[in-house]
Design a protein around this ligand. Structure first.
Ligand code: ATP
Ligand code: MG
Length: 265
């Protein structure tokens, strides 16, 4: 059994034209320990796909068809209560805007530990603190104790992004979905986050679904990649093979869009 199996996923927003599917028949699977890249231009359905996997797309907004199984559990059959059990524990999703994800009035450490208060009620306060500091260090915030006492506005953009990763890994989920988390960062910070994700994967065996429109970053991180265009998968396989020999015009364009300072051309 695969860790994640997405089968013929289709999403139609109620306010879209009848024949316009935001996700239009997407199928793929991930094994435990995989790092899979999902790339494609803006509006291709990457975020909508990740929201479906996390059970985060409200039914009043869109109709969904197909199947998403996480560790054998059908996400579309889950009640809200069951989803709450899974989200933050088995699976966490990190989106691209760290500033809006933290509440400005609480210290960062407490917010990183939020899902522990939900999912690990068995722990004492000091056990929770240990896990929070450990997650922060694993996410690359090495001065964990000092930083945990700061408020969100006292952290740089790169630190906030790491704090989001810390919050996402504090419960040791099996699958981390990272949606454009390096997009707003400068090149140096991007590279550090990528290294950190690689290390997390290597040391904790955490599987990562890495969503990006940046082929360069995906090439550095992901062994396998899926290329989406307008709600559909147009190409998928080993990243290095697709890089060396892209089949689809759209993939060629995505690779050509990499600034030359990366590709060495
Ligand atoms: N809340 C919504 N209501 C209606 N349509 C939506 C909504 N959210 C997304 N869509 C539509 O679904 C399609 C896919 O959007 P999605 O956000 O998944 O794209 P994306 O690949 O993540 O793009 P980006 O790279 O810009 O993040 C788009 O055409 C968008 O207009
Ligand atoms: Mg998106």
């Amino acid at each position: 059994m695969s860790l994640l199996e997405v089968e013929n996923l289709r999403v139609h927003f109620h306010d879209a034209a009848p024949d316009r599917f935001a996700v239009d028949g997407v199928s793929f699977s991930m094994e435990e320990g995989d790092i899979l890249g999902l790339v494609g231009e803006s509006g291709t359905g990457k975020t909508v796909t990740s929201m479906c996997i996390g059970g985060l797309l409200p039914r009043w907004k869109a109709d969904t068809q197909g199947s998403i199984r996480l560790d054998g559990t059908e996400i579309f059959d889950c009640s809200q209560k069951e989803l709450n059990e899974i989200l933050g524990k088995e699976l966490t999703v990190v989106f691209q805007e760290p500033m809006t994800s933290f509440n400005p009035v609480y210290r960062i450490g407490r917010q990183i530990g939020e899902s522990l208060y939900v999912h690990r009620k068995d722990l004492s306060q000091s056990q929770r603190n240990e896990l929070i500091l450990d997650a922060m260090r694993r996410a690359g915030l090495y001065e964990a104790e000092e930083i945990s006492r700061r408020y969100p506005h006292e952290l740089s953009g790169g630190m906030l992004q790491r704090a989001m990763i810390a919050a996402a890994i504090v419960t040791n989920p099996k699958l981390l979905i990272a949606d454009e988390i390096t997009t707003a960062l400068d090149v140096t910070m991007q590279a550090r986050i990528i290294d950190q994700l690689k290390r997390l994967n290597r040391e904790s065996g955490m599987s990562i679904l890495f969503i990006s429109h940046d082929m360069h970053v995906v090439n550095r991180l992901c062994r396998q990649v899926i290329v989406m265009q307008r709600g559909r998968i147009v190409e998928s396989g080993l990243t290095k093979e697709i890089f060396a020999n892209p089949q689809h015009e759209y993939t060629k364009r995505l690779i050509a869009a990499i600034p030359s300072r990366y590709s060495g051309r």
